[in-house]
Design a protein around this ligand. Sequence first.
Ligand code: F0G
Length: 448
Amino acid sequence: MSINDAAYQKCINPDCGAEFDCGQALFKCPKCDELLDAQYNWDKIEIPKKLSDFAKRWANRNNPLNFSGVWRFRELLSFCEDKHKVTIGEGQTILQLNDAVAKYVDMEKGQLFLQYEGLNPSGSFKDNGMAAAFSHAKMVGATSSACASTGNTSASVALYAHHCGLKCTVFIGSGRIAFGKLSQAMDYGAQTIQIRGDFDDCMRQVQDVCTKLGLYLLNSLNPFRLEGQKTIMYRIIEGLGWEVPDWIVVPGGNLGNSSAFGKAFYELKQLNLIEQIPRIAIVNATGADTLTDLVNNKKLLWNDGKVNQSIIDDYYADLTARNFSPRTCASAIEISRPVNLKKCLRAIDICNGVVLAVTDEEILDAKAIIGKYGLGCEPASAATIAGLRYLRAEGVIDAGERVACVLTGHPLKDPNVTVNYHKEKQGEFSNPPVEAPNDLDEIIKRIR
Ligand code: F0G
């Protein structure tokens, strides 16, 4: 069987449904401009009978494809041959049971799990997607890569690009990127172009640049990136002894993760590898809450793919008329025109999902709690715990349900936000340094 028979690309618009070979680098449907999916002819792929069969790969982890937390599940993203597969050791992440954080959100002991994607090589979940997308880039013979980014995508693209020998250009909004992330893009050798504008401006420009110069685009418009991000869900299931949780909680920015998670669960159910699809909660920041507003207030729905485009067009026209630019301390999710909006609506439909927005104050307090009782995370990731706390208070999630929160980025990505919160006593959990004269007695007096 050739890999070409097993996978193809398909437009998500049911009125179009155009199909394309995986050998093409397309980031939107050439016929109708909608998003594309990677799809599989499952009968042509040898899928394990049960998810726990994937565990056998760990015994042979000296094969880098078995060590990779993405390619260990390769039958579920079977779009390229092994010779093209790229790995730098992504996906060695931890699912941590955390009863102290559970107490903060008023959940029962033993029920709250934190999925630390910050433990990836570039420090964020993006590496899952890049392992898959750069494999596709190699498969199609790409030589130059590009992305727009609020920071983590650029760090991850820069790292994988130099590993694969591709040229790399990243576009960031000026003054909008956390320093940890900017430092990575520069250090990994990417050309960094700072556009006077925000992420949404960068996203628009990078698509045109890629089309004009024939660069390979690595934003989550790229359907193969989302295939890699599906594996975050497989690893959560693995961490729970091959059982699904009741809820997944994830921050919402460009909405690639939530889209990928919905697709992952849909496929697992289709393949009879899980019995029940978990529910999903997608959490925006209030300063960048397009999804929340569109779903909760404007009642935008997936509607079997027939999404009411005029609601979206009117919404974006209003943002433009107001000259709106999103603002949140969680710079990673400071996005007001999420490119995967429609796929995310589909995920909400698949997973009976809910969306909500939390304030910067709630995000910062939740982040301090994850730091104090867990392994820490960057601000956008903490939106999950702030959101979960709200959903518990509202009774949407029960104290005894099993919940997995995806902590998308490492705490060192954005040290400024952390230092300011603690030093300037911005919140209830601030832990500022104590000044002391250079004198033993005075120092001892201050130790608590
Ligand atoms: N958390 C972190 C740490 C992120 O970097 C991002 C997105 C998100 C959450 C949101 O994920 O887009 O899948 O909804 N960062 C992108 C970037 C936009 O450019 O690094 P999403």
